[in-house]
Ligand binder design. Structure first.
Ligand SMILES: [Zn+2]
Length: 287
């Protein structure tokens, strides 16, 4: 909404604008984050696998339900674009839009990554975030966004008239196609809006336009998740690098990312059950 208004404000415009905002989804009505449970489970965990994601490329990894996974910065500030699927049924996938509606534009410890309709259950819970200190900066920006969709070659072609094959969308397609022995066309149907790990973004205060700024992540930083169900994950190391200048090109300095899988100490999950599919009966007024 960057154009000038064509219509005069009505006499009661100020009154209409002054009504009280209401939080759409009060977080206290969500199932609570049981920090003590997750802390106990992660206390004695051991690393069982690791995958390196090369710059301007993507890789997949499997996380069994009840395990943790970390996405770590190794060599330099780098944004990662994350897709998640139910490993047994790729039609259940991460729902970035509803995660944003439930938790806000950026996510951190205690927030969940929710799956799409009709499943709508937590796929993963964030259990550690070394960048939680960042909060909101003077530009209104935060880290780990569920606003941006992913860089893709179609938008790039639309805006620049050029073909570029290393956008996160294409990286995720290649990784999924290789992992599940799919054609690129089949894989593309499963690639979805991402969690922008380590990406620092916000909306401009005058025009509410989406902006990005250089990620504050540094080697040693990580974000950690608990897999609530069996997960197939795909992670792209964005060609934008720290996304401080541009993406969809080879111009930015770009670094690898590492995904690490951890198994909790035995016995810590005795009381735990994976979340069930959403309980709505599915009638939609038709039965
Ligand atoms: Zn990207």
């Amino acid at each position: 909404m960057t154009t000038r208004a064509q219509h005069p404000a009505p006499a009661d415009a100020a009154e209409r604008k002054a009504v009280r905002p209401v939080i759409c989804y009060p977080p206290e009505t969500l199932p609570p984050f049981d920090a003590a449970f997750y802390d106990a489970a992660r206390a004695g965990m051991t690393q069982i696998d690791a995958v390196t994601v090369p710059p301007r490329d993507a890789a997949t990894f499997f996380v069994p339900a009840g395990h943790f996974f970390r996405i770590a910065i190794t060599d330099g500030p780098q944004v990662g674009d994350l897709n998640l699927w139910n490993a047994a049924d790729l039609s259940e996938r991460f729902f970035s839009g509803k995660t944003r509606a439930l938790h806000g534009t950026h996510v951190t410890t205690g927030d969940r990554l929710w799956s799409n309709l009709p499943y709508l259950r937590p796929m993963a819970t964030i259990t550690r975030d070394t960048l939680d200190w960042y909060g909101w900066d003077a530009d209104g920006a935060g880290v780990h966004d569920v606003i941006g969709t992913r860089c893709d070659p179609y938008t790039n072609h639309l805006l620049n008239g050029e073909d570029y094959d290393r956008c996160c969308h294409s990286n995720l397609i290649r990784a999924l196609a290789e992992s599940r022995n799919m054609t690129p066309e089949e894989a593309e149907r499963h690639v979805h809006d991402v969690l922008n790990v380590f990406m620092c973004t916000g909306f401009t205060q005058d025009t509410q336009q989406y902006f990005m700024k250089a990620s504050p992540a540094r080697p040693g930083d990580f974000i950690e998740f608990f897999a609530e169900i069996d997960l197939l994950a795909a992670l792209s190391a964005c060609p934008g690098g720290d996304c401080g200048s541009e993406h969809s090109s080879d111009a930015a300095a770009c670094y690898p990312l590492r995904a690490e899988i951890y198994q909790p100490a035995s016995g810590t999950l005795r009381e735990w059950q994976p979340p069930v599919r959403n309980g709505y009966t599915g009638g939609h007024g038709l039965r």
